[in-house]
Ligand binder design. Sequence first.
Ligand SMILES: Nc1ncnc2c1ncn2[C@@H]1O[C@H](COP(=O)(O)OP(=O)(O)OP(=O)(O)O)[C@@H](O)[C@H]1O
Ligand SMILES: [Mg+2]
Length: 500
Amino acid sequence: MASAWWNLLGAAARGASAVTRGVTGAALAAAHNWPSRGARMGLLGPWDPPPSPSAVQAGLWDYRGVARPQDIASAPLDLPLGRLIDPKAWRAERAFGLPAGVANQHTCVLGPTRSGKTASIVAPWIHAALRQGQSVLAVDVKGRDDLLGEVKRHSAQVGVLGVPVIKWDYNDPARSASWNWIAQLDGDSQINAAVEAVCGRVSPSDPNKFFHQSAIKYLRGLLLLAPAVPGGLDLGRILRLLDDQTALESLVTGHRSHPGAQRLIELTGLSRGEFIKHTMELRTHLETLDTQGFLSVTQRDQFSFDVLHAERPVLVIVSAPVADGALGDAASSLFLGQFLQRALTGFGPVGRPVLLVLDEAARVQNRIDLGSTLSLVAGVGVSSLLATQDVSQFQAERRDEIMANCGNLICLPRVSKASTDFLAGRLGEMAFPTVSSSASASWGPMGQSWTRSEQRGPVLGHREIASPHPALGPWPGVVHCPALSSRPILVDLTRPDLAR
Ligand SMILES: Nc1ncnc2c1ncn2[C@@H]1O[C@H](COP(=O)(O)OP(=O)(O)OP(=O)(O)O)[C@@H](O)[C@H]1O
Ligand SMILES: [Mg+2]
């Protein structure tokens, strides 16, 4: 029916008068009695003819730009994304997912709170990656084993894996692995990553840049010097040195030619007031981490990143609740930053792929150079799954680089206009057929003539992404995965175990 309307409209444009009268009737009928099942429900798919102006005004959902099944390259469904919605029958039947090689181009999920980022995507991907033999490093942004609980709930439905779980949780030291981050630092890049995680990256617009840069320099000096200090340095000892000018001066003068001491030399011979002023910023950053829990999970040298590449895949969960503020931000950045540096320099001969799951990804943007690191780690087998509520949570100057390194983008319902604009920008525009009518007396009595033309417009609009038509199910998503289709892919992410 739809294609008949389409063809007839084509004929109308060519101006064949006998046919045209029929066309006019057909078009009018179609404008009032929608030709396809979807159109009757108020949504248009790629097979539907152009809507009449009155139908557009009535507010239908326009999904004419989405991928049809034949537009999607077939590939293994390694990382699940629910089921494909067929934009003709508007039913979701075939399972859908991304192949591991495509997920290695990194993926960003945009969705506000309670939109299903964790239940629909994060937990199923963690399970699937482990089942395929990848290790997983994930950040739990809620704490109290929330993420592990979600993964276990999903596993109970699709198959328990029996994979070892290691958690690093400063809120639960008794059940946490201990990681002596200072003792494990090896080389400039690891030290620099640790310093940026603790002090934050320098922003050119920061009016207090001088003190920030000084804090970075002094922490770098102390961490470089740590192996040379009898008994080593830990966070508590560093804080005591920053309180005890005499002890710091004797440490520095005792190692005068050491590159670490040279970064601290300007702190010697200062008046007490100047010393406090110069060390204040570093002390503030370190005090963020100076909690009993953090000290206790960084005391012993028990956890090593090599475990991610051991004989069996492993799930490592870093518990760093957003509610903990700067402590959670700094601790998770420290752990992730060290992981990424080690991944870049190679873990050794056994290279096991790793899925890095970073919920609330924007919280680390000022402490980890996510943009450039993501581009580099893909080549060493690290695939990232970033989740954030809104694309504008990434600062304007960092957003482009971070998002440019996410080959795949998934938008969940209720995303902001900024997020849908971002997706729409990626999708671009396409030519859609339109019909317009005009009063005409060219075929005898006064009548209406219908003209078919093409109009360029966004592939998908804000409403179609943020407030999808109910026919798409209760948990729909829009997937942009250029490796599989240039058009956006509609998926139904409903988990029957949760929907019951
Ligand atoms: N795919 C799904 N199928 C059925 N129910 C779902 C699905 N996704 C989410 N839900 C329901 O919605 C709730 C909230 O989802 P979820 O915790 O994944 O949201 P979120 O986007 O991660 O939110 P937050 O930003 O607060 O972490 C789930 O506990 C579950 O009850
Ligand atoms: Mg969540």
